[in-house]
Design a protein around this ligand. Structure first.
Ligand SMILES: Cc1ncc(COP(=O)(O)O)c(C=O)c1O
Length: 367
């Protein structure tokens, strides 16, 4: 955790542990009788996986990451709960590590299936069997599931099977693919003792009885734990954003109407203006393609980014905020400036902005 290292540049991502706990409690309530898997892949969506795991551990039943390296890092930091590998194993050798470290692989293709069935592990593993119900990214075709699950359930290497699938459009309850995916999945529910379908959007807005509380089910909550709505703006009120990305003003100057700012001279002042330079850039994960007009929050006021994002700096038009001073801290996103609002201006999603916050930006854990 970054809290123990001295950082001289004030640029940082403050992570509110109380916000994480609040969101986890909400996920727990919504999950009702279901088990809750906290998705903390990609360094807990950029929030710092070991600190996030420690904060969430009391509220969830297990964690999920994308691949084994992420899981082993969590084990090194003391995380105890079972960890699901959402992409499963990349090689047979990983199964021994799954056994040693209590990791549960997803099995989504035939090679992974054969690797489990021929491995010489002695402690049976829980495995997650993935159905491609229509997203067409990972998983076995629904026609293959009966045979695959029978082989898995008969194998000495397998303790039990959780049947899972993933929605392509859960944030749009009315999307026609949702009902097609449910129709693919429904006939298979008798083939496993445990089932898992819902991501954050489906947990916040269960659009089918297959998503309703049932002790056989596992919800897989990711983005909502970080206080970011997954594309359901009404969810925002219930969630508390966990990340506040801030950078200091390190330059402040007046420019004349007609002057240009930054690389490529891509922004030209249409009036005499005040330009503030902030110590954050694309090497910190602030997207280079963010264009003029993207909001930042200075002294409670939204101000526009102007000109090209540099590696270590951005420039903003502070003409309408005369109080702004050198060393003031400006919020790039956070509780008062939703990351989804910034993402929309940049042409991406909140998921991408938070996961791309760079390694050189310290995560500072507060409350
Ligand atoms: C298989 C799977 N389940 C669950 C999640 C969590 O999704 P969300 O962050 O939208 O809750 C993800 C995230 O990408 C995923 O890949």
């Amino acid at each position: 955790m970054s809290n123990h290292v001295r950082h001289y540049r004030p640029t940082r991502a403050e992570i509110s542990l109380s916000a994480l706990r609040h969101n986890a409690k909400l996920a727990r309530e919504l999950a009702a009788g279901q088990s809750l898997l906290a998705v903390i892949k990609a360094n807990a969506y950029g929030h710092g996986s070991s600190a996030v795991a420690a904060a969430l551990e009391p509220y969830v039943d297990a964690f999920a990451v994308a691949f084994i390296d992420e899981a082993l890092q969590l084990r090194e930091s003391g995380c105890q709960l079972p960890i699901v590998l959402l992409e499963g194993c990349f090689s047979a050798a990983e199964l021994t590590l799954c056994e040693a470290y209590n990791l549960q692989p997803v099995i989504h293709h035939h090679r992974q299936l054969e690797q489990v069935l021929t491995s010489n592990i002695e402690t049976p593993l829980r495995v997650w069997l993935k159905v491609d119900s229509g997203m067409h990214r990972l998983g076995f075709a629904s026609n293959d599931i009966a045979a695959v699950s029978e082989r898995l359930r008969a194998a000495s290497q397998v303790a039990d099977v959780v049947l899972m699938s993933h929605f392509a459009n859960a944030e749009q309850a009315e999307h026609p693919l949702n009902s097609r995916q449910l129709a693919e999945f429904e006939p298979l529910v008798g083939l496993a003792s445990q089932l898992s379908l819902a991501n954050s959007a489906a947990l916040l807005q269960p659009f089918d009885s297959l998503l309703q509380a049932d002790e056989r089910r596992w919800c897989r909550a990711g983005i909502m734990l970080y206080g970011i709505d997954p594309g359901l703006p009404y969810a925002t009120a219930a969630l508390q954003p966990a990340m506040r990305l801030v950078a200091p003003v390190i330059g402040l100057r007046s420019v004349k109407a007609g002057d240009t700012v930054g690389y490529g001279s891509r922004w030209q002042a249409s009036r005499d203006s005040v330009i503030a330079t902030l110590a954050i850039g694309y090497a910190d994960g602030y997207p280079r393609h963010a264009s003029t007009g993207t909001a930042v929050l200075a002294r409670g006021q939204r101000l526009p980014l102007v000109g090209t994002v540099s590696m270590d700096m951005i420039t903003i038009d502070a003409t309408d905020c005369p109080q702004l001073c050198l060393e003031d801290e400006v919020e790039l996103w956070g509780p008062a400036l939703p990351v989804n609002e910034v993402a929309q201006q940049i042409g991406t999603i909140g998921y991408e902005l938070v996961t791309r916050v760079g390694q050189r930006v310290p995560r500072i854990y507060v409350d």
